[in-house]
Design a protein around this ligand. Structure first.
Ligand SMILES: Cc1ncc(COP(=O)(O)O)c(C=O)c1O
Length: 380
């Protein structure tokens, strides 16, 4: 246990404030033209001092993971809940209808945020992006001819859909999207590098749905923005994958039938929600607690390198930042593919780490130390 007197904490925050002022002046000299919400009614300093008073002396950089609510939001929610009667939405009473109206309005706003026509899309509320992805995995019409294809850079909960596909005898395939021109916005084309095709010998829950020729469904999943590297994937992928339906994407497997596309917008939609009228994905998942419209702003992903090119381990960055009252979210194993790709970990490195955690830890730490330096806390 660690006990610190509040007066000492406040003194240290005041000292941080003073040292931040100098740093801020320097920052504004360099980046002032690109900083702040220029056309908004309130600027950042104003928002901080009126809506986020509790942030004084603190730099909070985890809006992507745990967005802070503003004081005005809390007051509005409190006022609403303490003055209205909101009943069960499935009845006919006034209190019930009041709830139904709120839910319908919320659905309308969500669809409009994604420029999605209510004729084509339905909004389903779940506990978070993971809950939504689980729902897709559980209800997707997998057959033995289906394929679940997903980019290597993906959150664990997108990768988890693989288990539902494999359980039903479908194939699963991780891919790298490699066409560099594609990322520079040139003529769209798809260059994929396949990893090995996965199939479960004995499907646990072979579905009784007969697969009619040409009526097979495959699923392709990618993040609109990678939560590890910050790379924004081109949304044009939706149209390209759909266009390739039935033609064998990259000749990678016998993918008869049509392709449905899932965008994980949990990270990306805070700053750039996918426009579904241009990129008609079949499923889009997002997290409201990461992307509350009134608290958009700091969504930053970064990794730090030393001048000699080696990586800083994230614990080291976190500890030093914390000493200056900078609050970060660190780690990478919720996106194991991106983690392995960028840190050059092999499949065997990961497997040996998971299979014999304590036994092999020393070996893996040695490898990571050569990649990242000494403050190594990359995987756990
Ligand atoms: C890209 C991405 N997808 C999915 C998730 C899971 O979201 P949730 O916490 O809403 O289940 C996260 C969580 O950080 C994420 O960054």
């Amino acid at each position: 246990m660690h006990i610190t007197k509040m007066s000492a904490v406040r003194a240290s925050q005041a000292a941080n404030c003073r040292s931040m002022e100098g740093t801020k002046e320097e920052f504004l000299r360099q980046f002032g033209n690109d900083y702040d919400y220029r056309d908004a009614p309130k600027n950042i300093d104003n928002i901080r001092s009126t809506e986020f008073k509790r942030l004084e002396g603190i730099v909070y950089l985890d809006h992507a993971g745990a967005t802070l609510y503003s004081e005005a939001q809390m007051e509005a929610v409190f006022r609403d809940l303490s003055t209205r009667i909101l009943g069960n939405p499935h009845s006919q009473s006034d209190s019930s209808k009041a709830t139904t109206d709120i839910i319908n309005e919320a659905r309308r706003q969500v669809l409009s945020y994604f420029n999605a026509s209510p004729k084509d899309y339905k909004c389903v509320f779940t506990s978070g992006a993971t809950g939504a992805l689980k729902l897709v995995g559980e209800t997707f019409p997998w057959t033995k001819e289906s394929c679940y294809m997903y980019t290597v850079e993906n959150h664990n909960s997108v990768i988890g859909i693989r288990e539902y596909a494999l359980d039903h005898g479908a194939a699963a395939l991780a891919v790298d999207i490699e066409d560099v021109d594609f990322f520079r916005g040139m003529k769209p084309s798809i260059q994929i590098k396949k990893r090995s095709l996965q199939r479960r010998e004995k499907a646990v829950a072979s579905r009784e749905v007969p697969n009619c020729e040409g009526n097979n469904h495959n699923l392709f999943a990618f993040p609109s923005e990678c939560n590890f590297s910050g790379i924004k994937f081109p949304l044009e992928l939706v149209n390209i994958v759909k266009e390739y339906s039935g033609k064998g994407i990259g000749d990678s497997f016998n993918d008869r039938g049509s392709w449905l596309v899932l965008i994980d917008a949990a990270k990306g939609c805070a700053t750039e929600p996918p426009d579904l009228s241009r990129y008609p994905a079949d499923f889009v998942v997002c997290s409201f607690y990461k992307a509350h419209p009134s608290s958009m702003g700091a969504t930053i992903t970064f990794n730090l390198k030393r001048s000699n090119g080696s990586w800083f381990g994230y614990k080291e960055v976190e500890q030093l930042a914390s000493l200056s009252s900078i609050q970060l979210r660190t780690g990478c194993f919720c996106n194991p593919g991106a983690c392995a790709k960028f840190l050059e970990l092999t499949h065997m490195d990961i497997l040996s780490n998971l299979e014999g955690f304590f036994h092999n830890k020393v070996k893996l730490v040695q490898k990571l130390r050569s990649v990242c330096g000494k403050g190594i806390y990359l995987l756990w």
